[in-house]
Design a binder for this molecule. Structure first.
Ligand SMILES: [Zn+2]
Length: 196
């Protein structure tokens, strides 16, 4: 492992804050596509020496002044808490995830009383093993609301055939039965949530 941060992650981080410092919003200057990286700094939210974590979730764009301010802060924990809340703000503000996606994801991660979340048992069809996991379900047609969680594999999606609607409702027109998608946290999703 090295401190080297892949170019695609650097690009994602700069886009996240629209080429600004995540804390003071000062523009990160750049001259050409090839040289702008030298003008900004990437701060680790959980220190690199302890975690060796160079993932997008553990990095944030800061200007040199703010980077020094957070690094040299006398209260290390307060500094890290502030960086985590900045990161959460930018993850949503950048459009990488919607607020709904982050709220639902955090609800299955944390043991709170979000009414959508249920503790359910699942059986793996290939090996017959049972898994108990917190989950939430949506009709398949609503899966687009969670497309970023699905695309980035923060959730594992379990499909249940025709569980939503039974074609036999007494109010309104009959609805055809619709497949249900059940979301549980993937390993990647657990790591993502542990950053906040
Ligand atoms: Zn700054």
């Amino acid at each position: 492992m090295s401190r080297y941060i892949p170019a695609n992650i650097k690009k994602q981080l700069l886009q996240e804050t629209q080429f600004r410092c995540a804390s003071c919003l000062q523009s990160i200057e750049f001259l050409t596509d090839n040289s702008f990286y030298s003008f900004d700094e990437k701060a680790h939210i959980e220190s690199y020496s302890e975690t060796k974590d160079n993932s997008y979730e553990n990095l944030i764009t800061l200007c040199p002044t703010c980077h020094t301010k957070y690094d040299k802060h006398p209260d290390k924990e307060a500094s890290q808490t502030k960086l985590k809340s900045l990161k959460k703000h930018w993850i949503v503000a950048s459009g990488n995830y919607s607020k709904l996606e982050i709220d639902c994801l955090m609800s299955i991660y944390k043991d709170d009383n979000f009414t959508w979340v249920k503790l359910e048992k699942f059986t793996n069809a290939s090996n017959g093993k049972t898994l108990e996991a917190r989950s939430f379900s949506v009709p398949q047609r609503q899966s687009y609301l969670f497309r970023n969680l699905i695309k980035n594999e923060l959730v594992t999606v379990i499909k249940q055939k025709g569980a939503f609607g039974d074609g036999n409702l007494t109010l309104g027109p009959s609805l055809p039965a619709e497949d249900t998608l059940v979301f549980i946290l993937s390993e990647k999703g657990k790591i993502f949530c542990s950053k906040f």
